[in-house]
Design a binder for this molecule. Structure first.
Ligand code: SF4
Length: 354
């Protein structure tokens, strides 16, 4: 399968030949992952955030949102459900909530790894690389840190002054620590166009990521972007498909934002190059409060019933809901000599993080 040229990308992204693009993406996905769809159970353990991203319903200035924090015991119990239901990965996700100390998060990771043979993914935002180093020693396998856009000025405006370069530095640091690293973008953010999107795709492909998440922009009511139009789902699906061809070995989730705008959107994604689904297994009484955007988490089913629905829909497509950890097949440098268990104070590896 030849790598698409810039001319191919521009041709495809404009929708000139969707049938060919989606067929190519599906063929590449099948050649790398076969029929397996990796399932990652997300435990959204805190919706408290100290940041104010303009697109996100969890932003600190959203006073209407009922905030919650799960205790370490509750987080470990929720992870027990993930393991019991046969999922190979748990994603621990929160806003940028620094009230959980590095030691607390490390203890949670160690307890999970002691109880279950599952991969642990961290989606905790802009924590220090010294903390991520400690969590890696505690057994964390993967980290997600989304860019949302590669347009530096837009990033810094939408994320209210956060530094784009620091985010990139953190992503590179996570790779050096031996994490499988994921990032991603939102397609159709205000003040973006096709050229912005193409540049985002080039940036993502250069980052050599293990996971790439693409989702359309979904306006959230309690944010400054509430009255902007939603992103184009078809464009988002095209971007995922092109990323599949550009980065054949990356895990690419069919994101919940697709479902939020198009019923059945995630299934469509699985037919167009995506190979991962990430259902929320956050306890039901909290799940709807993890309100990044409307429709992020369906609430009408309990977590296990909802998960079974997801598995059945995957099976109906002729695909296999996989119980494996679904580690990245991409060859990336991991310092195998690095200690995997806590060896002292969490700051002990700070000097390695540069
Ligand atoms: Fe917080 Fe992340 Fe939402 Fe920004 S995108 S407000 S950092 S939860």
């Amino acid at each position: 399968m030849n790598t698409p040229s810039e001319r191919d990308i521009l041709h495809y992204i404009g929708g000139a030949d969707d049938a060919s693009l989606f067929q190519r993406a599906d063929t590449v996905r099948r050649s790398v992952f076969g029929d397996e769809v990796y399932l990652r159970g997300i435990v959204e353990f805190s919706n408290v955030c100290n940041k104010n991203c303009q697109y996100c319903g969890l932003r600190a200035h959203n006073r209407k949102l009922k905030r919650y924090r799960m205790t370490p015991d509750e987080i470990v119990s929720a992870t027990d459900v993930v393991a019991r239901e046969g999922l190979g990965t748990v994603v621990l996700q929160s806003g940028d909530d620094f009230s959980y100390s590095a030691r607390t998060i490390g203890d949670i990771i160690s307890r999970i790894k002691d109880r279950h043979d599952i991969a642990v993914t961290l989606s905790l935002g802009d924590r220090g690389l010294d903390e991520y180093a400690y969590w890696r020693d505690c057994g964390a396998d993967r980290a997600l840190l989304k860019l949302e856009t590669g347009h530096v000025k837009l990033y810094e405006r939408l994320r209210c002054g956060e530094s784009f370069q620091e985010r990139l530095h953190r992503i590179e640091g996570l790779k050096r620590l031996g994490y499988e690293v994921g990032s991603g973008i939102i397609v159709g953010l205000p003040d973006t166009d096709i050229l912005t999107t193409v540049r985002d795709m080039v940036l993502l492909s250069h980052l050599e990521l293990d996971m790439i998440a693409i989702g359309p922009f979904v306006p959230s009511p309690a944010t400054p972007l509430a009255f902007n139009p939603a992103g184009d789902v078809e464009l988002s699906l095209r971007v995922s498909a092109i990323m599949r061809i550009l980065c054949p070995q990356a895990n690419i989730p069919a994101t919940s934002a697709l479902d939020a705008l198009l019923p059945g959107g995630r299934q469509t994604g699985l037919l167009r190059g995506c190979n991962v689904v990430m259902p929320s297994l956050t306890p039901e009484h909290l799940r709807s409060d993890y309100a990044i955007y409307p429709g992020k988490n369906m609430t009408e089913h309990n977590a296990v019933l909802k998960l079974n629905t997801v598995k059945e829909s995957i099976a109906r497509m002729g695909l296999v809901p996989s119980q494996s950890k679904g580690s990245s097949p991409r060859r990336h440098y991991v310092d195998q000599s690095a200690p995997r268990r806590p060896s002292g104070d969490y700051a002990c590896r700070t000097a390695q993080c540069g």
